[in-house]
Design a protein around this ligand. Structure first.
Ligand SMILES: [Zn+2]
Length: 503
């Protein structure tokens, strides 16, 4: 038996004006064929696929297609879409006949003229291979599942956790669903419900002690423990996509039991709909958050959701930095900015030089602001590390040449060439800091940072600042979303039952 595996990974944020291009994928790290299987054996979903299949009673030949990953950013160009499509189907052609496809997709990628990139790829793959070759795909919890995706794939398997600490395990669950289809004759029967509601990310912590996200995760995990269920997932979609099918989703796939799939899908969707207001977070102004963080005794973490690089924001917001500069900090206050032009300038200056730099408002000139920072060039470094935790297991990250700037004695601005996980402890350590011992860390992440910081922080504040990934997204202009859509619109009556698609 031959099984083809591949990956397309990018989360698109259409409020970010920076277009995603082929170069972004090439910089992040493409691999193909056998190289994919060798390099990804212990990394993310692909690692889960590979290790699971190698443990099957009859291990298949694993055929590497192509891995196409890019860091979350703005809408991809139409040329980028054409290139991705060609890369993917050239790899499919080169692989020759296979017995199944097992694909690691994000599920929220948008390109110019292609609002549903994964749906388009899955649809074309289905057309090419016909109805009898199983296609199983994994998806991020922030996927925007579309009718096309649900129709083209046999099973869609989503992350259950936010922070995304179950990526490798989701790969294993995808492989297990495929094994049941191939070896046990399971017949995937899917119920899919699109919910006309979008929710902010802050309160989506499935690993908290209690709350809506915890309860919904428990529901889908319990469903998957039932032998009749091949996969169950709920996706509170990532909100910053101005596209026609935007909406949250529930999807349940059983082994040939349409009524069980329907009943489970209705029940989970109903609970999400009824409790959706519980996702609304408590937010602080940058001024208040910095004041409270300054008063905290241990580590204070300020979540800058609106500039979350994990949400596809540009990473050069300095709204919080502006406030940090008004305080003197007993230990380090750490904040990050993406500014390749500043890194380049600092690389040509001697370490220890005092200079004035303009930061902010370059990559995002619509919502950003600018600060003139007097600082000392502390040191330059390569932001290169392997991260494990939210978003990745053993995931190699390369953010390019970077520089540490110091203002006063303890305010440090870490400036990188490229975007990346501007919250990860591994990132701060690559810059020479131990974030858990700092006075304050600005995490450019709405919720995922909690996986590592919650046990170390004495205080966490979610900041409301302008940016491309705002918590109050319904106050920003969206022209293409379906209406009515909560919370843009107050929808008085809606129920899942008439909105279930069965396949
Ligand atoms: Zn996600």
């Amino acid at each position: 038996m031959r099984i083809a595996i591949g990956q397309l990974w990018q989360e698109t944020n259409t409020l970010n004006p920076l277009a995603t291009t082929r170069a972004d994928f090439e910089e992040f790290g493409i691999c193909r064929g056998n190289e994919l299987v060798e390099q990804m054996t212990n990394v993310n979903e692909l690692g889960g696929f590979i290790q699971s299949m190698r443990a099957w009673a009859q291990p298949p030949e694993i055929v590497g297609l192509v891995r196409l990953p890019a860091w979350p950013s703005g809408m991809a160009t139409s040329e980028c879409f054409d290139w991705i499509r060609n890369e993917f189907f050239d790899a499919v052609d080169a692989a020759g006949p296979v017995d199944a496809f097992l694909l690691a997709l994000h599920g929220a990628m948008v390109a110019q003229g292609h609002p549903d990139v994964e749906g388009a790829i899955l649809q074309e793959l289905r057309e090419r291979v016909g109805p009898d070759v199983p296609i199983v795909a994994t998806l991020d919890l922030h996927t925007n599942v579309t009718r096309e995706m649900a129709a083209a794939a046999d099973v869609l398997v989503m992350y259950h956790s936010m922070p995304h600490v179950d990526i490798f395990e989701t790969g294993q669950r995808g492989a297990e669903a495929l094994r049941r289809v191939l070896f046990e004759g399971a017949r995937p029967t899917t119920a899919f419900c699109k919910i006309p509601a979008i929710v902010p990310a802050e309160n989506s912590n499935t690993e908290a002690d209690a709350g809506i996200a915890v309860d919904l995760k428990r529901r889908v995990v319990e469903l998957e423990a039932n032998p009749i269920v091949l996969a169950a997932g709920i996706a509170p979609v990532q909100p910053w996509m101005d596209i026609p099918q935007l909406g949250s989703s529930v999807i349940v796939t059983t082994d040939n039991d349409a009524e069980a799939a329907r009943a489970a899908c209705v029940s989970v969707a109903e609970e999400f709909w009824r409790r959706k207001r519980e996702y609304m977070p408590q937010l602080y102004s940058a001024e208040d958050a910095v004041r409270l963080g300054h008063a905290a005794s241990g580590l204070a973490v300020l979540s800058d959701a609106a500039d979350a690089t994990t949400s596809g924001a540009p990473g050069d917001s300095v709204w919080i930095l502006k406030e940090l500069l008004k305080c003197r900090w007993p230990r380090e206050a750490l904040v990050t900015v993406v500014a390749p032009e500043v890194v380049e300038r600092c690389e040509s200056i001697a370490i220890g030089t005092e200079l004035t730099v303009r930061l902010g408002g370059v990559r995002d000139s619509r919502f950003g602001t600018i600060v003139e920072l007097n600082a000392i060039v502390e040191h330059c470094f390569d932001a290169r590390f392997t991260m494990t935790g939210h978003i990745g297991k053993n995931m190699p990250i390369e953010m390019g040449r970077s520089v540490v700037l110091r203002h006063d004695s303890n305010t440090f601005v870490i400036v990188t060439t490229r975007s990346g996980p501007h919250f990860a402890p591994e990132f701060f350590r690559s810059a020479g800091f131990e974030p858990f011992e700092a006075s304050l860390v600005v995490a450019k992440s709405p919720c995922g940072f909690r996986a590592v910081y919650e046990n170390h922080a004495s205080a966490i504040y979610s900041v409301k600042a302008p940016g491309c990934a705002p918590s109050d997204f319904w106050n920003y202009t969206f022209n293409n979303i379906p209406r009515p859509l909560s919370p843009w619109d107050e929808i008085v009556e809606w129920s899942p039952a008439p909105n279930i698609l069965i396949k």
